[in-house]
Ligand binder design. Sequence first.
Ligand code: HEC
Ligand code: HEC
Ligand code: HEC
Ligand code: HEC
Length: 149
Amino acid sequence: MSIPKDARHLFRFAILFVIAFVVFLVIRHFVVPKTFGEYGHYRGAAITEIAARPMHFAGHQKCETCHVDIGEAKKAGKHENVSCEACHGPLAQHADDPSIQPTKINTTEVCIRCHADSAAKPGVFPQIDPVQHSGGVPCETCHQPHNGL
Ligand code: HEC
Ligand code: HEC
Ligand code: HEC
Ligand code: HEC
């Protein structure tokens, strides 16, 4: 192996490489958020920011502490595993302060979110063609949303 007689161009290249690396480190220092990598490959402060957001959903356990009867009725029906807020929408504010009244559900909209027929749904899931089935008549005219169905 022979060493080149004039190796200056190699040193120049090495110095350029070092400068580029330092520039990279400086830019990285300013661009990457301070708490990045604190816990993992993400911004650590994001956790406290997300936790500080207001809650919108209370969870069905909370609803059932006050609306015991409806919780019981629902357990006996087909909607056993459908959470209250899947139909009623987010009601954390109401759960904290019941004087904030929930708005009435428009069943012709809410129920068909799940039950409108679609070839993409498993055949065993109960589906209807809303127009043929009820033609705009509110679903709760004939169905008991909580238990009887
Ligand atoms: C701290 C007790 C409490 C909690 C928790 C609570 N509610 Fe209520 N809710 C009430 C009271 C009191 C009323 C008003 C009286 C009534 O109509 O039963 C009410 C009314 C309602 C109504 C309207 C009733 C009507 O007549 O139109 C709905 C719907 C409802 N709650 C759903 C929910 C859901 C869903 C949850 C869970 C996210 C929930 N509630 C959590 C106490 C509570
Ligand atoms: C499958 C959809 C669905 C689910 C799940 C559901 N509800 Fe309802 N709920 C309705 C509809 C529809 C009405 C009648 C229209 C209205 O009041 O908005 C109603 C009415 C109510 C009412 C007022 C009238 C009444 O029957 O006393 C309360 C209170 C209520 N729901 C609480 C709950 C609670 C608590 C849960 C969970 C344990 C729950 N609901 C789960 C659809 C649902
Ligand atoms: C979040 C999705 C969801 C919403 C919203 C919903 N349902 Fe359901 N529904 C279900 C599930 C899940 C079942 C149980 C399916 C099963 O047994 O495999 C069911 C079962 C039923 C059944 C029984 C069908 C049968 O013969 O087995 C009827 C009727 C029904 N729902 C009517 C309604 C009505 C009326 C509303 C509106 C008040 C409603 N559903 C809203 C998910 C939903
Ligand atoms: C005029 C009364 C009436 C209205 C309104 C009505 N239904 Fe029904 N629904 C029935 C009857 C009766 C059955 C049982 C016989 C059948 O399977 O057609 C049924 C059955 C169902 C089933 C079970 C279908 C299956 O394949 O097992 C679902 C899901 C359903 N309805 C959802 C709804 C939804 C969602 C609405 C509102 C958009 C609604 N229904 C409005 C009378 C009604």
